[in-house]
Design a protein around this ligand. Structure first.
Ligand code: URA
Length: 443
């Protein structure tokens, strides 16, 4: 076997065998296949797709490319439950869901990612808290999981290392929005991290990698099928990502919004999504007999402050300044704030989430190159979302920027992201579908 044959076979629309996929993934992992060949192969997959069988083979090969964790020796008898989002704009769900689920008594030992293209990453967001670190040793991870029942860490070098390499290449080669590549990336990490039960939040719309409901459903079914093949319980929610989630986009702004949500004061769409995802996690782990009682547990953990206390404990255990949880105004703030006024009276019909995500990256809130440093303070705080009636001159959003020039450029781009019209518009539903059965069909 050689890499060039495997690339050309995929380029020409061929189907790769399990052995060929394993050979390629091994080569990417041990460096015998260089970045340029891996990137060419990713582009061939992007254009030609993969069959269900190829996608499953790719996932299992990537999961097996490094260490496969088991947390059962740390937590004997516990159901290890995990969640993963397919990536979106303003998606700070893990920051609130992790503490809630842990407060309800289920251990959450989670590996999270950094930003990818226009979508933000949980680790980048939490790093807005001074001192907080995602780089934990295996011993620290397990001790913290045992002691407080909640860990959010960066993917260790040896967990699905093939994904780590391919993820970074995809981010800078225009090959992120590919169903088989997203399915294999997400599920390889979840399988390797040892979760027994997984809730997937598959985003759908302009601010995600799956723009149509049909594409999001296909991705969700494929991931549910892969999970079941590997003996894991998986539920997927398909959720709205046409407009940004919640009001805050940008790292420190999103941490503030997650804290507000743990006080029960999050924006309606985000509060609902957090409660639904947390409820599904309790349900799939067998900690509640049905969704209604799972949701009661979730809301009780918010109302009596247990969920917020878990976030405080997580921050402190990972070296962060826990006083920022109680005083979110002490999180980094941008020197320039510029309000974008509505150009006319009307109802907000659309806010292009992708533009808001890209504007935030442009302000310094995400990366254009692998080595870029993130500015935690910058971003966009929405004032009006879809369905809201605005008068000319009222705020649509506020840009948080490092300087006036960046703020002006961002405001101009954001104006084009809004559609305002005379006719009333309805706020869209946040959860669009729920998938628990595997589906079949080519990706
Ligand atoms: N999240 C991942 O982990 N991988 C992807 O490819 C997309 C979102």
């Amino acid at each position: 076997m050689n890499p060039v044959d495997i690339i050309t076979q995929k380029r020409d629309g061929g189907v790769l065998s399990r052995q060929e996929i394993e050979f390629f993934v091994r080569g990417v992992t041990d460096g015998t296949i260089p970045d340029y060949q891996a990137a060419a192969w990713l582009m061939a997959v992007y254009f030609c797709g993969m069959s269900d069988q190829e996608t499953t083979d790719l996932t299992l090969a990537m999961a097996a490319s490094g260490e496969q964790l088991s947390l059962h020796d740390t937590l004997p008898g516990a159901v290890i439950v995990d969640k993963h989002s397919s990536g979106g704009v303003g998606d700070k769900t893990t920051l609130a869901v992790g503490p809630i689920v842990a407060a309800c008594g289920l251990p959450v030992g989670k590996m999270s990612g950094r930003g990818l293209s226009f979508s933000g990453g949980t680790i980048d967001k939490l790093e807005s808290i001074s001192g907080w670190t995602a780089e934990l040793t295996d011993a620290h991870f397990r001790r913290q999981l045992g002691e407080i029942g909640l860990v959010i860490a960066a993917q260790t070098a040896n967990l699905a290392p093939a994904d780590k390499i391919l993820y970074a290449l995809r981010d800078v080669t225009g090959t992120v929005p590919s169903l088989p590549l997203i399915a294999a990336s997400i599920m390889s990490k979840k399988l390797a991290a040892g979760a027994d039960a997984i809730v997937l939040d598959v985003k759908c719309g302009r601010g995600s990698f799956m723009e149509t409901l049909a594409a999001a459903q296909a991705l969700a079914r494929r991931m549910v099928a892969i999970g079941q093949l590997a003996g894991r319980r998986v539920t997927a929610l398909i959720t709205q990502m046409e407009q940004p989630l919640g009001l805050a986009v940008g790292n420190a702004l999103e941490v503030q919004e997650a804290i507000a949500t743990l006080h029960g004061q999050g924006p309606a769409d985000f509060q609902e999504l957090v409660e639904q995802v947390a409820g599904e996690m309790l349900l799939i782990a067998g900690a509640a007999p049905d969704l209604a009682s799972a949701l009661r547990q979730v809301r009780a953990s918010i109302a009596d402050g247990r969920a917020l206390a878990k976030l405080r404990a997580l921050v402190a255990a990972q070296g962060g300044d826990a006083t920022q949880v109680d005083h979110p105004e002490r999180l980094p703030t941008a020197p320039v704030r510029r309000v974008l006024p509505a150009p006319a009276d009307g109802f907000v019909h659309a806010i292009d989430a992708r533009t808001v995500g890209l504007v935030t990256v442009g302000l310094g809130g995400g990366r254009l190159r692998k080595e870029d440093r993130i500015d935690p303070a910058v971003g966009v705080l929405l004032a009006a979302k879809i369905g809201v009636r605005v008068k000319a001159g009222e705020a649509l959003c506020t840009v948080h920027a490092a300087n006036e020039a960046a703020a002006a450029q961002a405001a101009e781009r954001l104006l084009a992201a809004y559609v305002i019209a005379d006719a009333p518009a309805l706020a869209p539903a946040i959860v669009l579908d729920r998938i628990t059965e595997p589906g079949h069909g080519p990706l």
